[in-house]
Write a protein that binds this ligand. Structure first.
Ligand SMILES: [Zn+2]
Length: 336
């Protein structure tokens, strides 16, 4: 069997004809296999969804219990037969519940990795390398300029700033699923033991992380009322990036604006967003991790999904690995 007969792009997403299923479809389909809960990969309205328990829970939290017709839990490492195609889920290290999906049929094994990272992250299971013939990789940070610094060190910068400016609130923009909880956990691991204030949009997911055994310490609502701004002086407040354009953000005392994202490597981006304290913390692989992972999988062919495809395709070709971009549309890096 040729790899492209096992999986190939369609407008709805990556399609497997022998198994009649899609991986991370961007439009409603009959049978969807979902790598993780970020909104660009996990959409509501599919007739049947197969995903890890945590991804299914996260989808229910975000979209409501009726997000799909029926659901099936994929147990990590267990093989599921779908129309003669062997499917298995393996940790991707991206956010809680995230998985790579291995698809095997007719002597060909393809791994669709979804979004992934290799750095240690106590908020989710670590990435596991799966040997395969074809490795499908993202390329969000697929340029040699992207080399993520140590995330713990970035959080230290935040704690230092909070110490240095005890009269100012520190507002940290972080994506609601994964990044926000990782930032909070990094603060705890660095010894920050004061309450962390969170925007209402983070409550359900942060509670879910805590229920899953990921300790985030004391989280309090970042509700600003008429009673006075000074309550948040010196506090660390975490909210989704979208909240920072709202009146919500303007009610804090002389806030220091921080943003946790791999894009904060680019000074211009930080400036454009009015970010005073950029924190380079990414839930994606950097250039070295992308290329090391490709090598480790032993794949003879690489398909590149969303991001900066060209440089990674070129790198593969220089290594003698066949590579091509898939030009999938609809993936917006919710959790960069
Ligand atoms: Zn993601």
């Amino acid at each position: 069997m040729r790899a492209r007969d096992l999986l190939h792009p369609r407008p709805e997403g990556l399609y497997c004809p022998p198994g009649d299923f899609y991986i991370d479809p961007v439009r409603p389909v009959g049978r969807a296999l979902i790598t993780h809960g970020h909104s660009d990969h996990a959409r509501s309205g599919h007739a049947h969804v197969l995903a890890t328990r945590q991804t299914l829970d996260i989808m229910a939290l975000r979209y409501g219990e009726d997000f799909a017709g029926t659901t099936q839990t994929a147990v990590i490492g267990e093989i599921i037969d779908i129309g003669g195609v062997k499917v298995s889920f393996h940790p991707a290290g991206h956010v809680l519940g995230s998985a790579q999906i291995a698809v095997e049929h007719g002597g060909v094994r393809i791994v669709a990795s979804g979004d992934y990272k290799r750095r240690a992250d106590p908020t989710c299971a670590s990435f596991e390398t799966i040997q395969c013939d074809v490795f499908i990789t993202e390329a969000t940070f697929g340029l040699p300029v992207f080399r993520h610094p140590d995330a713990g060190h970035e959080v230290e910068k935040l704690m230092k700033s909070a110490q240095q400016f005890p009269e100012r609130a520190h507002l940290v923009g972080a994506y609601a699923l994964g990044k926000a909880q990782r930032v909070m956990r990094l603060l705890r691991d660095n010894g920050y033991d004061r309450p962390i204030y969170i925007h209402g949009a983070l409550v359900k997911l942060s509670d879910y992380y805590q229920n899953q055994g990921i300790a985030l310490g004391e989280l309090l609502p970042a509700t600003v009322d008429r009673s006075g701004k000074e309550n948040f002086a010196g506090a660390i407040v975490v909210g989704p990036p979208s909240a920072f354009a709202d009146r919500w953000a303007r009610r804090f005392p002389d806030p220091v604006s921080a943003f946790a994202s791999g894009w904060m490597r680019i000074r211009q981006r930080a400036k454009q967003r009015g970010v005073e304290l950029p924190l380079i913390i990414s839930d994606h692989s950097d250039w070295d991790e992308l290329t090391e992972t490709i090598t480790e999988t032993g794949a003879s062919e690489v398909w590149v999904t969303h991001g900066r495809e060209e440089a990674l395709v070129r790198w593969c070709e220089l290594q003698g690995i066949a590579a091509r971009p898939l030009h999938l549309v609809g993936y917006e890096d919710e959790g960069d």
